[in-house]
Design a protein. Structure first.
Length: 363
């Protein structure tokens, strides 16, 4: 059995649902899922209940993360119509600012142009600005990035038009990076009947096979793979008005290593997009003595019942994947081994420039 070593994976886009919706996930279960999937650091989105939009809500989320997380966690602050100045003051403690330009789960949504422009102007250029911006919203965000000469990161790109526009913007020198999810790379709307109508609800929606192929054709434009781990309970997905979102932390690496086995990707492509580029785009310091051991030949069947996520389902149920995480070492300590999460709640660290400074001062 040959094992390969990879750096600890970093997921820049997860929903850990705390505070407010811990029946779907919390910092404990979500970071257990992260470790089982080979991730040693995750950046959590602010569309919680209440949403994270000010100092009080950010502090509350960071306190919960500090007490419960098993791997390292950063927390985004969410942009609202009137928090541009207040949000910018939190830049030292947040993983980044999230702009919701299009409709999705939760109440965070920026309408119109003025608030978007205010955030582009106020948020420090040296800290990550991430946007959910589909279609024409994407064009608006790219223009602001160019006008304010500030980097922007585009979340979960899913359409041919969008990835081509990002290519064009990069060629013109706009400081834009982007991420794509496993579900937009490996699924399309053709999979909806198999997955089921409620369960296949996700934002951005699953796209056409041609969109999916365009993402593969433009792999060089894709900086990061992000799971957009968005757990909702099975009863919710199968009920009335199913909320959008797929869990993804425990299947992402297996999907990508299967693509490596099929020679659609190289291992280097995966390490770049699940570690190196993510650390660069999000300004994350090395975690030090942190790595994962993977058995690239292991075949395993995806079963939600065996997962750490609280949501109880997966769109990949029953699929056979190649490549499995055997061991995770986080800062020199065994964090996951042979199917068991070992790191206790509270052993993860908060990822932010200020906590880094404090740690350096204490060291
Ligand atoms: C996300 C969620 O459930 O929080 N859902 C989704 O379909 N991706 C929200 C989001 O990332 O847009
Ligand atoms: Zn998301």
């Amino acid at each position: 059995m040959t094992h390969i070593q990879m750096p600890g994976l970093i997921d820049p886009h997860v929903h850990l649902r705390e505070p407010g919706q811990t029946h779907k996930e919390d910092f404990d279960s979500g970071t257990a899922a992260a470790l089982a999937g080979g991730f040693t650091a995750v950046l959590a989105m602010p569309n919680t209940q209440p949403p994270i939009t000010d100092e009080e809500s950010l502090d509350a989320a960071l306190r919960l993360a500090q007490a419960k997380a098993r791997c390292d966690v950063g927390v985004y602050v969410g942009a609202t119509a009137n928090n541009a100045t207040a949000a910018a003051r939190l830049a030292g403690r947040a993983a980044g600012l999230k702009l919701y330009c299009d409709g999705t789960f939760g109440s965070l949504r920026l309408e119109g142009l003025a608030s978007l422009q205010a955030h582009a102007a106020a948020w420090p250029a040296g800290r990550p600005l991430a946007a959910h911006a589909e279609g024409r919203s994407l064009a608006a965000v790219l223009l602001l990035a160019a006008l304010y000469d500030r980097p922007v990161h585009i979340c979960h790109v899913s359409r041919a038009d969008e990835i081509r526009l990002i290519r064009k913007a990069k060629e013109r020198g706009v400081r834009v990076t982007c991420e794509v999810t496993p579900h937009h790379l490996f699924l399309s709307e053709d999979d909806i009947p198999r997955i089921g109508p409620g369960r296949s609800e996700v934002r951005p929606r699953l796209a056409t096979p041609a969109d999916r192929e365009a993402l593969w054709q433009n792999l060089d434009v894709i900086d990061c793979f992000a799971t957009d781990h968005a757990p909702h309970a099975l009863a919710e997905k199968d009920g009335h008005e199913p909320p959008p979102g797929f869990p993804g932390l425990e299947t992402a690496l297996g999907l990508f290593l299967t693509a490596v086995a099929e020679r659609r990707l190289t291992l280097g492509d995966v390490v770049d997009r699940m570690h190196t580029n993510v650390a660069r785009v999000f300004g994350l310091a090395s975690q030090g003595d942190t790595h994962i051991e993977v058995d690239p030949d292991a075949r395993w069947e995806v079963r939600a019942a065996e997962m750490n996520s609280r949501c109880g389902w997966t769109p990949w149920e029953g699929m056979t994947l190649r490549g499995r995480v055997r061991r995770v070492t986080l800062r020199g300590r065994e964090a996951f081994a042979d199917g068991n999460v070992i790191s206790p709640p509270g052993s993860g660290r908060i990822l932010s420039p200020e906590t880094l400074e404090t740690e350096l001062e204490e060291a």
